[in-house]
Design a protein around this ligand. Structure first.
Ligand code: SAM
Length: 284
């Protein structure tokens, strides 16, 4: 009988140990059911690994599988910082112990929060702003650094328990690369790809990707699905499935815009953002 290392004993996390936008916690049950039809000793790559929740789940379910987690965002650093994050949250809890819960934090309390966070930066050399955001910012809002954090309105939503990640990614191999490089390295091997890219038309501000994902990037990801078994996650907002269905009904041999001319107008929404309207024409 194959012995399972004691570090791999079951530790089922139903969600990532730290807040992570887009983590697949709501899919875990269905993911688990679908996994039943996949090999228990296969090699799995969680290529858009995020919080590692899918990699974690595969390893818990199939201890003999080889599971690779692509930690493109360096979530590892956030996990490593958990003890310091807990210290900072304990200090903040103390500061806000008489402040009403879920209400805005003003004046002296606000100043103290900023000072405590600044001090934590100095003492620990790193502050996990995403985790801090979940305790102090309005739901769904995130800051990535002090500059962004100090501009935000604070709410007393401090988490009451410590964070913990014991055993979370035991037995999972970590890599950190652009998915295209990983795909080139692994594509001809017999690998099961877990493909959960950023969604088209959704906010990705807490991800590392400096470059905003464009339609072409979303379509490029589909190359991963060509010859490998896979799980692919998307949302109805992204409309990728509709696009693929449409392409299937049209045997397109050339780009419908080939030979057309283009003109654009720029529209400014505010000082930070805008968009470009495009006119294409062809008079045959
Ligand atoms: C929807 S999230 C994945 C969530 C993950 N499945 C979970 O349960 O936590 C998409 C991830 O893709 C990452 N990503 C963005 N660009 C990438 C790239 N070029 N290569 C690899 N990963 C990338 C994002 O930083 C983000 O972590």
């Amino acid at each position: 009988m194959t012995k399972v290392n004691k570090n791999l004993r079951k530790k089922n996390y139903k969600q990532a140990p730290l807040p992570f936008q887009g983590q697949k916690r709501r899919f875990l049950k269905k993911f688990d059911e679908a996994l039943e039809t996949f090999p228990s000793n296969g090699t799995y790559i969680d290529i858009f690994g995020g919080s590692g929740l899918l990699a974690h789940h595969v390893k818990q379910k199939y201890p003999l599988a080889k599971v690779i987690w692509n930690d493109y965002d360096n979530f590892k650093d956030r996990l490593k910082a958990i003890p310091n994050t807990n210290i900072l949250l304990a200090d903040l809890r103390l500061e806000l112990k008489n402040a009403p819960r879920d209400k805005k934090v003003f004046g002296k309390h606000r100043e103290s929060i900023l000072n405590l966070v600044k001090k934590a930066e100095l003492d620990f050399g790193y502050v996990d702003y995403v985790t801090l955001s979940a305790s102090l910012l309005f739901g769904g809002k995130y800051a990535n650094n002090f500059k962004e954090f100090e501009k935000m309105t604070f709410y007393n939503r401090i988490r009451l328990n410590d964070y913990a990640c014991e055993g979370y990614l035991n037995g999972v191999n970590r890599i950190s690369e652009d998915y295209k490089i990983i795909f080139e390295n692994y594509k001809s091997q017999n690998i099961i790809f877990l493909v959960d890219p950023p969604y088209l038309s959704t906010d990705t501000t807490t991800y590392k990707s400096e470059n905003y994902w464009k339609l072409r990037d979303y379509l490029d990801v589909l190359n991963l699905l060509d010859n490998s078994p896979y799980f692919y996650f998307t949302s109805n907002k992204s409309e990728i499935i509709e696009l693929c269905e449409w392409i299937e009904t049209r045997s397109l041999t050339q780009n419908p815009f080939t030979g057309s001319s283009m003109s654009t107008t720029n529209n400014r929404l505010n000082k930070d953002s805008g968009y470009t309207d495009i006119m294409l024409w062809k008079n045959h």
